[in-house]
Design a binder for this molecule. Structure first.
Ligand SMILES: Cc1cc2nc3c(=O)[nH]c(=O)nc-3n(C[C@H](O)[C@H](O)[C@H](O)COP(=O)(O)OP(=O)(O)OC[C@H]3O[C@@H](n4cnc5c(N)ncnc54)[C@H](O)[C@@H]3O)c2cc1C
Length: 240
């Protein structure tokens, strides 16, 4: 069985995997393994944009309460606070990395108002190609600094005395590869492909959830599934 070693192993190449790989590869040796081609993910399909409170009429508390209300108060408040407080900083970080969010004729960033947001605070890129713009920008940066293994499927985490030491991976030819790593990050997305009608990318089959569960992780809130209203499937029943 083939073996390779790396300091950091990132499993998945959506926005979560690529952002962390981009950051950590400044200082560490990073390997990204991904099930299909680099960047093929739900992230690349994301359209609407990213919300962040960035104007004087807005604040992190506004954004926090909009989010909590939309979540019918089920949200983890500590994490929601972290998310909305860090939003503007992360947005600036993406702009510094080269993401071109859409601007108006006067040079100001366009901000949209959608869903449960009470204020216009959604930034988009290329119209409705926000995800693609972000993923393309991140790919440009990580491909210079990371080892990238495309068409590699992680099938299990390696656990040694309660510690994760990497992952067992299968390549397109069906050969098994052991990737030893000091740090392993699961960024394999959700499980939308479990449904027959879905807008999710074909790669999004819940693999990471299953691997984490087999490794002993506790999974929570699995009933929350992202869906898109345009994927509504109607069934016509005729009564005679
Ligand atoms: C059509 C659509 C529109 C959306 N619009 C928006 C929007 O406007 N705004 C917004 O905030 N969110 C939106 N979302 C949701 C958003 O895209 C996701 O929440 C986000 O992209 C998830 O990022 P991620 O990196 O966690 O996972 P993903 O982007 O799904 O990436 C998962 C990665 O893991 C890889 N992978 C999976 N299993 C394995 C395995 N076993 N081995 C190796 N690699 C594996 C996949 O190939 C993929 O590269 C949208 C989603 C869809 C589908």
């Amino acid at each position: 069985m083939n073996q390779v070693s790396t300091e950091v192993l990132v499993i998945g190449s959506g926005v979560a995997g690529l952002m962390v790989a981009e950051l950590l590869s400044l200082e560490k040796n990073v390997t990204i393994i991904t099930k299909s081609k680099l960047g093929e993910s739900n992230s690349k399909l994301a359209q609407g944009g990213i919300a962040a409170a960035t104007t004087e009429e807005d604040s992190w508390t506004n954004h926090f309460f909009d989010t909590i209300r939309a979540g019918v108060f089920h949200n983890n408040e500590e994490l929601t606070e972290l998310l909305v407080k860090r939003g503007p900083m992360q947005l600036r970080h993406l702009i510094n990395l080269g993401v071109r969010f859409d601007k108006s004729m006067n040079g100001e960033y366009q901000r949209c108002k959608e869903g449960a947001h009470s204020v216009s605070r959604i930034f988009h890129a290329g119209g409705d190609a926000t995800g693609k713009e972000i993923i393309d920008t991140l790919i440009n940066r990580v491909k210079k600094r990371c080892t990238i293994l495309e068409d590699h499927l992680a099938i299990d985490l390696l656990i040694d005395e309660g510690e994760c030491t990497g992952a067992k991976v299968i390549n397109q030819a069906g050969d098994t590869l052991i990737v030893n790593a000091a740090y392993t990050l699961l960024a394999t997305g959700g499980a939308g492909q479990l449904y027959p009608v879905t807008s999710n990318h074909p790669a999004i089959t819940g693999d990471g959830l299953a691997m984490a569960y087999r490794a002993g992780a506790i999974l929570t809130d699995l009933e929350f599934m992202q869906f898109h209203p345009t994927m509504y499937a109607g069934v016509l029943i005729t009564l005679s």
